[in-house]
Design a protein around this ligand. Structure first.
Ligand code: FES
Length: 170
C-alpha cells in the first residue's frame, strides 16, 4: 500500500472500535501533542487488527486530526508497524553484526527452506512472517530472534525447527 492508495478517494476510514478509542484516549492524556500520540495509536490499532490498513491509518489520522502524510511517515519509519497483513506469528530476525558473525545468514537460509519465507514474506499457511531487525540486545547469546514477544537465543537449525513446530502447533 502506498501514499497513492491513501490519496485515492476510494479508501474510506474504518470505524475505530470502542477499545481502540479508549486506549488512544488514554495515550492522549500522557502526551501533550496529538502528533506524538500517532505512533502509540498505530501500535494500538495493530494490536487489535494485526496490522495497519490504509483504512485504519485514515481513521487514526481523522481521530487525532493530524495530516495523513505525517502519520504515514511515522508508520513507514518504524518497520514494526505492519502496513500489510502478517502471519499469526511474526519472526523478528536479528541480522546485525554479532548475529551475522555467529551465522545468522545460514539460519535465514534454513528458514527459507523449511518455512518458505524470506525477509518481508508470509508463509502460505499464514502462520509466519519474517522481518529483519537490528540488534535485539542479546549479542552474547547470538544468533537471536524473536517470535511474537518471546526471545530465542543461541539459535541453531535444530532449535529453529523446534521453535517453528512449537508455534505452528499453538
Ligand atoms: S547483533 Fe543480534 S542480538 Fe545483538
Amino acid at each position: 500500500m502506498s501514499k497513492n492508495v491513501i490519496a485515492s478517494s476510494a479508501v474510506r476510514a474504518r470505524k475505530l472500535s470502542a477499545d481502540e478509542i479508549a486506549e488512544i484516549e488514554h495515550e492522549m492524556k500522557l502526551y501533550p501533542d496529538k502528533r506524538a500520540v500517532g505512533l502509540e495509536a498505530l501500535k494500538i490499532v495493530q494490536k487489535h487488527q494485526g496490522w495497519v490498513s490504509d483504512e485504519s491509518l485514515l481513521a487514526i489520522a481523522k481521530y487525532l486530526n493530524i495530516p495523513i502524510a505525517d502519520l504515514e511517515g511515522v508508520a513507514t519509519f518504524f518497520n514494526l508497524v505492519y502496513r500489510h497483513p502478517v502471519g499469526k506469528n511474526v519472526i523478528l530476525f536479528c541480522n546485525s553484526v554479532s548475529c551475522w558473525i555467529m551465522g545468522c545468514d545460514g539460519l535465514r537460509e534454513h528458514i527459507k527452506k523449511e518455512v518458505g519465507i524470506d525477509f518481508g514474506e508470509t508463509s502460505e499457511d499464514d502462520e509466519f512472517t519474517m522481518i529483519p531487525v537490528p540488534c535485539l540486545g542479546d549479542c552474547d547469546r547470538a544468533p537471536v530472534m524473536m517470535v511474537g514477544s518471546d526471545l530465542h537465543r543461541n539459535l541453531t537449525s535444530e532449535k529453529i525447527d523446534q521453535i517453528i513446530s512449537r508455534y505452528r502447533n499453538k
